[in-house]
Write a protein of this length. Structure first.
Length: 297
């Protein structure tokens, strides 16, 4: 499986820090992205990742939001954070980075193609997190360009969580790089569960995650981007798979997924996993929506 690449320049690129007092407001960031996509907006895209990192300290964990997130994604209700929850906590910071006028890839139409999360230790709901977000590893792809957006969570100055999301910006002129998903898909783990997904999955996850991209919540919004009906958030799909694997997950691990085909809402999906830690989500025709693996650290 081909997921996000490890950032190759994390210790080599000198980045200036912009420290924010609070997390940005997601709604305003989406409006900025939509305005930037209008013809004649005049925004000029950089040829390199921004040499800035955004930080915000002391982000508390909202227990009510955590409980709602657990219910939407299928996790047990506990004070231990699911591996995917810090992603939604720090998502506004990453979104502000991605909606900056000089970000190399415009947010409108961007495709989330992979996500790797490393949990160094369990995180309790009583803790507060300091987040840092930066972009790295801009590289060609045969359908455009890819970039990694890194989000790091620390407690008391020590890293406890790291997420690397890979985004593809589709362009008319191919980037010339190797396609990450080229070749036959890996053999599917035996499907032992089928899940019927209702259309409300998109709006429910948007409410708890803050990701209100209209391709997930609106039929019209989905059609504007070429989908016949709304599609599930990729990070909901990853979270739902981890919820199914929850009893098997160790205290410290890395979980890596590649997002393949979109999950239409409503729809039916099949989930399967192996004893080695590989897992997949497929449609009823056995085509992969998501393939992933988790490994103990």
């Amino acid at each position: 499986m081909a997921g996000p690449q490890e950032p190759s320049d994390a210790g080599q690129v000198s980045r200036s820090r912009v420290q924010l007092a609070v997390l940005p407001t997601v709604g305003a960031l989406y409006r900025r992205a939509l305005l930037g996509a209008l013809p004649g907006s005049g925004s000029r895209r950089a040829e390199q990742p921004p040499t800035v990192e955004l930080g915000v300290d002391g982000v508390p964990i909202d227990r009510g939001r955590l409980a709602a997130y657990d219910r939407v994604c299928g996790f047990r209700l506990t004070d231990r954070l699911p591996a995917t929850f810090p992603h939604v906590m720090g998502f506004p910071l990453a979104l502000r980075l991605m909606t900056a006028p000089d970000f190399p890839i415009p947010l409108a139409g961007v495709v989330h193609v992979g996500n790797r999360i490393t949990v160094h230790r369990p995180i309790d709901a009583a803790e507060t997190l300091d987040f840092v977000a930066y972009a790295t590893n801009l590289r060609p792809h045969d359908r455009g360009r890819q970039i990694d957006v890194v989000l790091v969570g620390r407690v008391g100055g020590k890293e406890v969580w790291r997420g690397v999301s890979t985004y593809l910006g589709r362009e008319q002129t191919p980037g010339g790089g190797e396609r990450a998903n080229r070749g036959d898909p890996p053999p599917a783990p035996h499907a032992w569960a089928r899940w019927r997904l209702e259309r409300q999955v998109g709006t429910a996850y948007a409410q708890v995650s803050g990701d209100h991209n209209p391709i997930h919540t609106s039929r019209l919004g989905a059609r504007l981007f070429g989908f016949r009906r709304p599609i599930a958030h990729g990070m909901w799909s990853k979270a739902r798979c981890l919820a199914a694997l929850e009893p098997r997950l160790p205290d410290a691990y890395t979980v890596d997924v590649a997002f393949k085909l979109p999950v239409p809402l409503p729809g039916t999906v099949a989930f399967g996993s192996t004893s080695a830690g590989d897992f997949a989500l497929h449609d009823t025709r056995d085509r992969p929506h998501l393939v992933g693996t988790f490994r103990e650290r």
